[in-house]
Design a protein around this ligand. Structure first.
Ligand code: HXC
Length: 523
């Protein structure tokens, strides 16, 4: 499939057009039919098949098709790059071609990626990278490594300017993982994609640990354990569908508003189911997804990272047609406590929404930060601070609904008025306080309880009475409303109309901060 330059400059127009057609056909075959068959046998699509699934029909404009390199004379140098539209939205794409030297990256291959990155930044359009590569092309030595660094540099330059999405559809190993890691969202495919810095062989050699590719860096590992990836798909078609869906919520660049999608769902809709969602027993969990789905435009919730840190939900949705980012405590997991993973997950999502003008709606039911030596020693202080920092830093409209618990430091962190939240509502079932009744009574009634002595029955009765007193005096949303920390206490059924009117009010919100080079988020 090598490019033969002989005779390309001779012949009539008809002959030249025929030669062009042949070259195009050659380029379309990448590493050749046998290699394409092997790709399909691996349950993988080719670079071009993936692009065809992603873009609108006939919209793809390829660039750099005739680029070759010293190490590979195959047209395109193992990568297909260009521009197209996805549901009408213009995007830049690169798609590594594993049929050509395992999609490995040499300098020309890298230059093609850099060109697309630069073009996307200049034109203000999202970048979608489809990764399927054996890494740095061994035959090109250090030159390929330099190519990677060129790409990383542009990933960072583009960060917060254009959305960057990475699909991992095969191997992504060594330092190569850092390009996807610098982008906004990573999509992986179960069984056929993996990411790791050092592979199973090296791990065996250095640490004598046995681990499979899938266990080490497969789609489930990175979606569930490490949190490196955001979405897992059962196959490549589903992964591409996920990419299209995410694009429907986000603007093309940081100067644009997110897309608006008209809805038939009435903005004034009251939702009866919300009157019964909070269990009478405050220690009983419920599914915060039920709340979210009842409030937003029907079927518009697109949950991100559903397998990682399930105690904090994040995702995109729409309210009266406007895209929003949702951050929500999930009482079904760890009772909704904030932990390290949840804080990291929430912080990064909030920063994405803020960078791309997407209002943030928080649903709060949080008893506090997760206690324990494990969390403390792993640095919950600095990781929790990231979530706090992200909320404080975000200048997009911030709205918050407290459904039940809002205790202690977690009150402050989860979109409180004091961290700059613009529209704070509490359900009548809200419990906004320093802590829950059990902990509070142990502290403020310690002397009274000690005076009772060792009589268990009397102690239990007194404790129950004190807890009841504490609940009725302090465990409700009205103290917060009294001091203006909450803008309104509402019937849960009115949440949708109340949030929509808040969002409407904040449509033209502008908030400026002192000039600085950048802040110093506690990394
Ligand atoms: C050149 C490569 C290559 C590479 C694969 N190929 N990786 N060629 N440079 N890095 C070629 C193979 O020689 C083979 O060519 C074809 O691609 C397909 O590879 P296979 O091994 O047959 O495929 P498979 O069995 O699916 O295994 C895929 C693989 C394996 C797991 C990716 O090829 C592999 O381990 N490759 C090396 C990975 C690696 O260590 N890369 C360097 C990482 S470090 P033929 O002609 O036989 O079809 C790195 C540093 C980046 O990338 C630093 C950035 C700062």
């Amino acid at each position: 499939m090598a490019l033969d330059f002989k005779d390309l400059g001779s012949g009539s127009t008809e002959i030249r057009i025929q030669k062009l057609k042949e070259l195009n056909e050659k380029a379309a075959l990448g590493g050749g039919l046998d290699a394409i068959d092997r790709q399909h046998e691996r349950n993988k699509l080719t670079a071009r098949e993936r692009i065809a699934l992603l873009v609108d029909e006939d919209s793809f404009q390829e660039v750099g098709k005739f680029i070759t390199s010293e190490s590979s004379s195959i047209l395109g140098d193992g990568i297909v790059t260009g521009f197209g539209t996805v549901d009408g939205k213009r995007v830049g794409i690169y798609s590594q071609d594993f049929t050509v030297m395992g999609g490995s990256l040499g300098i020309q291959h890298a230059k093609k990626i850099c060109f697309i990155q630069d073009s996307c930044i200049k034109s203000g359009i999202p970048l979608i990278g489809i990764n399927d590569s054996g890494g740095a092309r061994i035959q090109e030595g250090v030159v390929g490594l330099g190519g990677y660094a060129d790409i990383f540099y542009r990933n960072v330059k583009a960060s917060g300017v254009i959305p960057q999405l990475s699909a991992i559809m095969g191997p992504c190993a060594g330092g190569a993982v850092y390009s996807p890691a610098l982008t906004d969202f990573i999509f992986m495919v179960r069984g056929t994609s993996f990411m790791f810095l050092t592979g199973p062989d090296v791990i065996k050699e250095v640490l004598n640990e046995e681990v499979t590719f899938e266990e080490l860096g497969g789609a489930v590992t990175h979606n569930q354990k490490s949190g490196v990836a955001h979405m897992v798909a059962k196959n490549e078609v589903e992964a591409i569908h996920q990419i299209k869906r995410i694009l429907s919520y986000i603007p093309s660049n940081n100067m644009e508003d997110p897309p608006f999608l008209p809805t038939n769902d009435e903005p004034t809709r009251r939702e009866e189911s919300l009157a019964n969602v909070i269990p009478d027993d405050p220690n009983k969990p419920y599914d915060m997804r039920d709340v979210i789905n009842a409030v937003i435009d029907r079927d518009s919730f697109y949950e991100i990272q559903p397998l990682f840190a399930p105690n904090l939900l994040i995702g995109f949705a729409r309210l009266n047609g406007h895209a929003i980012g949702i951050v929500a405590n999930q009482p079904r997991d760890l009772a909704g406590c904030l932990d390290i993973n949840g804080s990291l997950k929430g912080a990064r999502f909030i920063r994405f929404c803020d960078a791309f003008n997407i209002p943030i709606v928080t649903f709060q039911d949080v008893p506090g930060f997760l206690p324990g030596t494990n969390q403390e020693w792993l640095g919950i202080i600095k990781h929790g601070a990231k979530l706090l920092y992200a909320y404080c830093e975000a200048t997009v409209p911030k709205l918050c609904v407290t459904t039940r618990k809002s205790y202690g430091g977690a009150y402050c962190v989860m979109s409180s008025r004091q961290v700059g939240s613009d529209w704070n509502l509490a359900w009548a079932t809200g419990e906004i306080a320093v802590m829950g009744s059990k902990g509070a009574v142990k502290i403020i009634r310690r002397k009274d309880l000690a005076a009772i002595g060792k009589n268990d029955k009397k102690l239990a009765e007194a404790t129950a009475k004190f807890e009841q007193e504490y609940k009725s005096e302090l465990l409700h949303p009205y103290l917060a409303a009294k001091v203006g920390y909450i803008d309104d206490v509402i019937d849960p059924r009115d949440t949708r109309p109340k949030l929509i009117s808040g969002l409407e009010l904040l449509k033209n919100k502008v908030e400026s901060r002192p000039r600085r080079k950048h802040g110093n988020i506690p990394l």
